[in-house]
Design a protein around this ligand. Structure first.
Ligand SMILES: C[S@@+](CC[C@H](N)C(=O)[O-])C[C@H]1O[C@@H](n2cnc3c(N)ncnc32)[C@H](O)[C@@H]1O
Length: 380
């Protein structure tokens, strides 16, 4: 019989008292895993909802879940998505039962997650304060849900979800081959062992797999031989068509997918300056560059608008890849933003944000065009 894996202590366990730890020890593996997934999911949900409330993306749901700190990635991802999908119902039911008060209000995300499990998900064992608390209210929660169905004149929870839901779009899974590490045919062969794969007819180093193919743990992804990069994103460096030996400026670079693509197209020869304003995102950029294996990229943590084209260190630049911050509306279904509360309600904040983004894009484009046209030797 396979021995159960010993759980490493995590931040979730380090805050538990001895009695809780004993209770958790007595759980079956599945129950224990569900207990920890709920806490991991609550942390992700908090980041997602806080970012959404401020209309500032802290990262897509996927990128938050696939961080190394999250142990049960699949379970956590499913739990976050399902809770978001049912969030309007969950909030409604909690409000009707007047449960979310005092200390539980401060742990609202965990309460949302456990309520999801109680009403729609897997059985909840009464271990952990929040679980014990909510299990006492199980009947009240179910009653509130039944009343909501009647009020909305629908028969099933699915109908209730569909009232506010934007239809999901199913897109193929695109994979860009990092030709610094592997050639396209070898990647195709390797990925083709378990999946249907074909080459894209526009971007030469792009492969197409069926929608929702899960590759995040695939060895080629982990070792940077392929990048999970969409078609639109992969078309940009392809269109720029930089030649080996060129000097290229990636003006707004993090997380670095297009920077890494530039390096592959330039076969590692020449020089790339990857400029990124946000200090935190610079870390991500550096990780991507490391993973790509490129050694000709210089990272610059600063404002692209402050780059002085007369500066001798940039005067030999031949091309600029400009991918400034945008609304992300084209990637809503990929980022799963359609699950977020703000998605349904466009408000004044959104208009302000869009105007700011548009103003920055205009400025950045003007700076790039004037730099290239007047100072740098290249063309656009
Ligand atoms: C759309 S993302 C770039 C995505 C990236 N090209 C890729 O493919 O992975 C825009 C990036 O520009 C950065 N940014 C915004 N304003 C900037 C500025 N003035 N100078 C440099 N970077 C900036 C943002 O922090 C963000 O990381």
């Amino acid at each position: 019989m396979a021995r159960a894996k010993k759980m490493k202590p995590t931040r979730a366990t380090s805050t538990l008292g001895p009695a809780d730890k004993l209770e958790i020890k007595r759980l079956s593996n599945a129950e224990r895993s569900a207990y920890f997934s709920r806490r991991e999911a609550a942390k992700v949900l908090r980041s997602v909802l806080e970012g959404d409330a401020r209309r500032r993306a802290v990262g897509s749901i996927k990128s938050l879940v696939f961080r190394p700190a999250i142990r049960n990635k699949k379970g956590t991802f499913a739990l976050v998505c399902q809770t978001l999908k049912h969030l309007a119902i969950i909030k409604n039911v909690l409000e009707a039962s007047s449960i979310l008060k005092g200390k539980w209000k401060r742990q609202a995300e965990l309460i949302f997650i456990i309520t999801y499990d109680i009403l729609f998900g897997q059985a909840v064992s009464p271990v952990g304060d929040a679980e014990k608390f909510l299990m006492q209210w199980k009947d009240a929660l179910q009653l509130a849900l039944a009343r909501l169905l009647v009020k909305e004149k629908v028969k099933t929870v699915e109908d209730l979800v569909n009232l506010n839901q934007i239809p999901e779009v199913s897109k193929p899974r695109y994979v860009r081959v990092n030709t610094l590490k592997i050639d396209v045919d070898s990647a195709l062969l390797e990925l083709g062992r378990q999946n249907m794969v074909q080459k894209d007819d526009v971007v030469p180093d792009l492969l197409i797999l069926p929608p929702a193919t899960d590759l995040h743990n695939h060895p080629l992804v982990i070792n940077g031989s392929v990048f999970l990069q969409g078609k639109a994103s992969s078309m940009v460096a392809t269109a720029l068509d930089p030649k080996p030996g060129w000097e290229v400026l990636d003006a707004c670079a993090a997380p670095g997918n297009k920077t890494a693509h530039l390096a592959a197209l330039m076969r590692g020869k020449g020089r790339i300056i990857a400029c990124e304003l946000n200090k935190e995102r610079v870390k991500r950029l550096k990780e991507t560059i490391k993973l790509s294996g490129a050694s000709n990229i210089k990272v610059l943590n600063g404002d692209f608008l402050n780059i002085n084209p007369k500066d001798p260190s940039v005067s030999t630049i031949r091309a600029i890849l400009l991918d400034p911050s945008c609304s992300g509306s084209g990637t809503v279904s990929v980022r799963l933003d359609n699950l977020l509360p703000s998605y349904a309600a466009a408000d004044v904040k959104d208009t302000e944000r869009l105007n700011k983004l548009a103003a920055f894009q205009k400025k950045a484009l003007a700076h790039a065009l004037s730099s290239l046209g007047i100072y740098f030797k290249g063309t656009i």
